[in-house]
Design a protein around this ligand. Structure first.
Ligand SMILES: Nc1nc2c(ncn2[C@@H]2O[C@H](COP(=O)(O)OP(=O)(O)O)[C@@H](O)[C@H]2O)c(=O)[nH]1
Ligand SMILES: [Mg+2]
Length: 405
């Protein structure tokens, strides 16, 4: 028995090659999908590993002239079928069609080979004369040149790229916007794509001085981030740090920051009115930096946001950071980023990068907020899990070429 393994893109391709190389009596003994490494599979299509076997005797049989002709005819038919399939799959308009096609291909069984064999037999009762084969070859040549020139594929350019960006949670309008920056000839050029993504990332290494305010929805990590920043500046940079919180709504919320202030021996004040906020900031003028925590507000509640604005205005800070989690759903990002705009934030802090493995949300946040990233947080540990990544690193994260470790 002769056993051979093939790495192919589709079962059609496998069947064509198997029939050509091993003859019509070959049977498929195993098939499995292989995930090739690469830029989130974008430029390395999923392959199928197919193992086929044929009895030596039947292969020997194939050497007889008549059977050789049959094999050639079968191969021609299969190649034609393959070409036609490629053309019709590139014509299929709905996205993900090629993926579905692969799934269908993958479901081919041994019986399918027999089916095709039978069909080909019927199509070639006894026409193995030269003229017929020449005609067939011409037809094939025209199909091949159609596929190579990409004549039909032009109907849906950028399809793989578009799918990969959407799969990485980049919002659809932004995907189209990115694609506009990529010439068709560079559709598969990772460096050009990286450039287009980096262009949309803004990072600013902020020198934290004076009052610094953190705003954002509940639970995104504002208080934890303040504790991390305070820890870094007070313990490592030996700066004088003051803490203020207007986080008075939730029982325990004040205690959280108070505990950090006590551990790090920092000035700490809780404010309830805007007047108290003004006084607290004045009383900490001797500090290098005053970190101000706020109660999480719902971006949908404009009353709550206006109330917070009154506090923020009293601080008179040019260091206001919107805190938002990398795990935020796309439809919520818009309402958060827009809802908090009346607070005039000038930076964004993106938290919980450790809680996601897909980072398209970073681009969506930046696109909507139109402000640079000041910090990113990567875990719950105070003060370690806070960092500022470079644009290159963020682009690599988004493209799945890097991780946060
Ligand atoms: N995994 C992870 N959890 C975080 C991060 N930052 C904060 N958290 C957690 O998120 C929860 C809410 O944090 P908190 O600071 O109270 O959020 P706030 O309501 O915005 O002040 C807490 O359990 C934090 O430990 C982060 O970067 N990664
Ligand atoms: Mg809090």
């Amino acid at each position: 028995m002769l056993i051979k393994r093939y790495m192919v893109k589709s079962m059609n391709e496998a069947m064509t090659r198997i029939r050509y190389e091993l003859g019509k009596d070959a049977v498929i003994i195993s098939q499995r999908k292989i995930k090739k490494p690469g830029f989130f599979g974008l430029f390395s299509p999923r392959m199928i590993e197919v193992t086929a076997a044929v009895e030596n005797s039947s292969k020997k049989d194939n050497t007889d002239n008549k059977k050789q002709e049959n094999t050639l005819e079968n191969s021609i038919e299969s190649i034609k079928k393959l070409m036609n399939d490629q053309i019709s799959s590139s014509k299929a308009s709905p996205s993900y069609s090629s993926e579905r096609k692969n799934e269908t291909d993958y479901s081919y069984k041994k019986e399918d080979i027999r089916d095709v064999k039978d069909t080909t037999k019927n199509q070639y009762p006894s026409q193995n004369n030269q003229d017929y084969l020449v005609k067939e070859m011409r037809e094939m040549k025209s199909l091949i040149s159609k596929v190579i020139s990409g004549e039909d594929a032009k109907e849906k350019p950028y399809e793989n790229l578009r799918k990969s960006l959407i799969n990485n949670d980049i919002e659809e309008n932004l995907v189209e916007n990115i694609i506009k920056d990529i010439p068709l000839s560079a559709e598969q050029d990772i460096d050009i794509l990286k450039e287009a993504i980096e262009k949309r990332i803004a990072v600013e290494n902020v020198d934290l001085k004076g009052p610094v305010v953190l705003v954002g929805p509940t639970g995104v990590g504002k208080t934890t981030t303040i504790a991390k920043l305070a820890g870094r500046m007070a313990l490592i940079e030996k700066k004088k740090v003051g803490l203020i919180t207007v986080d008075t709504y939730r029982i325990g919320a004040v205690d959280q920051l108070k505990t950090y202030a006590e551990i790090m021996n920092l000035d700490f004040k809780v404010v309830i009115t805007t007047k108290e906020m003004e006084d607290a900031v004045k009383s900490m003028e001797h500090c290098d930096v005053i970190l101000i925590d706020t109660t999480g507000r719902s971006s949908k509640n404009s009353m709550q946001i206006s109330e917070l604005r009154a506090f923020v205005q009293k601080v008179n800070s040019d260091n206001i950071h919107l805190v938002i989690s990398a795990t935020t759903k796309n439809r919520d990002i818009k309402s958060i980023v827009e809802g908090f705009k009346i607070l005039n934030y000038n930076h964004v802090i993106i938290t919980k990068l450790d809680e996601t493995s897909v980072y398209g949300s970073i681009l969506n946040i930046l696109q909507l907020a139109d402000k640079p990233i000041s910090f990113m947080t990567t875990g719950q540990t105070v003060p370690d899990d806070i960092t500022i990544f470079t644009k290159e690193k963020i682009a690599k994260l988004i493209m799945g070429e890097d991780n946060i470790c």
